[in-house]
Write a protein that binds this ligand. Structure first.
Ligand code: AMP
Length: 417
């Protein structure tokens, strides 16, 4: 497989799929430029070699329609500043051939939001799955997706995918486009390489004990990864809103806490599987409960399986924080996905803080720690502990799917798997 380090971009035009889906405020100003900074090593390597850059990305979910709210034009200034060179803009990503052809070494062209075209995602628009004409529409859309990818490919001599956040999607710019370049002219970007290495550390180079901390709101969205981790980890800490589905399933009283009633059996199955596999599954034994879903709610601490009828579990309690921290601090491999409580409210962020501090401590003792998924990353950054963990992934869904052991289409398209 070709790598970006081995490729000489001199005199070449490179089309690079980046993830510039940056959060913007209501005035169109970037509130967090992590994703732009993440792409810089790849982009600078190409420019320093003497190549020309064509940048393509999506932003938001415009669902195949032009929408100024999601225009990438809003971030041209920020990208130009980060790269230190002017950035040209193509208002229509599918009609940028002339601009691409005119690019000279060291110049940069950014294409408008790929998702202004439904062909990017390749899903038929305006027709439901149960419609008898759906299959025909899907076939037609797949054909026009190929045409769209071919147009994008025609702008450049080589293709680089550095957008880990969308690598689990088989979209025109993340996978289909790769078919139009031969093996020597397509490669993963440097950020993508780092993400793949981080996943390998968790899946292949495991140092024990391996402790995973799964938080967040719902069991249903994490079940794939929980089941997969059960084959690998020594300790599995389950916290966050998921806790109460487990408590109810085992006969506890959970008051007004979040609960997925349709997942009660699944929760029991997970507990049984942990026992069978000899995994130490830890649930939060005490909770900080509140009388409303708000930062200024009245609070109390009580057993997670005996919550008063008018209260809801919002965070892990002091005893659980201590139990979890003890296990995390002993770990040699750590994966954290999803907050331990409603961390957006400062009063219910203490559990997530305790976890973040324990991970930082374990890391300073030589553990490998990987943090992934938007909320746990936001939490680590809020506490300024970003530089005290081993790796912070830029991928949410993509990271979880990779750790579940699924082959990501964006990576397979380049590696040829
Ligand atoms: P997820 O996207 O599944 O990782 O969930 C993240 C969300 O879970 C965050 O917005 C948290 O506020 C929420 N969350 C964590 N703990 C709880 C809880 N005990 N009750 C309700 N929501 C929670």
């Amino acid at each position: 497989m070709m790598t970006i380090e081995n490729y000489n971009f001199a005199g070449k035009k490179a089309i690079v799929r980046v993830d510039f889906n940056t959060p913007l405020d209501e005035n169109g100003h970037i509130t967090d430029d992590t994703r732009i900074r993440g792409a810089l090593p790849t982009l600078k390597k190409i420019l320093n070699d003497g190549g020309a850059l064509i940048l393509m990305s999506h932003m938001g979910k415009p669902k195949g329609k032009v929408n100024p709210k999601y225009s990438l034009k809003q971030i041209v200034g920020a990208v130009s500043e980060a790269l230190g060179v002017p950035v040209q803009f193509a208002d229509d990503c599918a009609k940028a051939k002339a601009q691409a052809d005119a690019l000279k070494a060291g110049e940069v062209l950014m294409l408008e939001n790929l998702r202004f075209y439904a062909e990017e995602e390749g899903k038929p628009v305006g027709i439901e799955k149960d419609d008898p004409a759906y299959e025909e529409a899907k076939k037609a859309m797949k054909a026009s997706q190929k045409e769209f990818a071919k147009t994008l490919a025609s702008y450049a001599d080589c293709y680089v995918n550095d957008a880990f956040g969308t690598a689990h999607r088989k979209h025109a710019s993340t996978a289909v486009i790769a078919d139009y370049f031969d093996e020597q002219n397509k490669m993963l970007g440097l950020l993508m390489e780092k993400e793949v290495e981080a996943v390998d550390n968790i899946l292949k180079n495991i140092k024990r004990p391996f402790t995973a901390i799964m938080g967040g709101s719902k069991v249903s969205t994490k079940i794939g990864i929980i089941e997969n981790l059960m084959n690998k980890v020594d300790n599995l800490i389950i916290c966050g809103g998921m806790t109460y589905t487990f408590m109810k399933a085992t006969g506890g009283k959970i008051g007004q806490s979040l609960c997925e009633d349709e997942q009660l059996q699944l929760a029991l199955d997970i507990l049984a599987k942990a026992k069978e596999k000899g995994v130490n599954l830890m649930l939060c034994s005490d909770s900080v409960v509140a009388d409303k879903f708000a930062n200024d709610a009245n609070t109390a601490v009580c057993p997670s399986n005996d919550i008063p009828d008018n209260m809801m579990g919002m965070d892990i309690g002091p005893e659980s924080r201590k139990r979890f921290a003890e296990v995390i601090e002993q770990a040699k491999t750590i994966l954290w996905n999803g907050p331990a409580g409603v961390f957006e409210f400062d009063n219910f962020a203490h559990g997530s803080e305790a976890i973040a501090h324990a991970i930082a401590k374990a890391t300073s003792n030589g553990a490998y720690s990987l943090i992934g998924g938007g909320d746990s990353v936001a939490c680590i950054n809020k506490l300024n502990l970003g530089n005290q963990v081993s790796y912070i992934s830029t991928g949410g869904g993509a990271l979880l799917e990779a750790i579940e052991g699924k082959v990501l289409p964006g990576i397979a398209a380049i590696k040829g798997e």
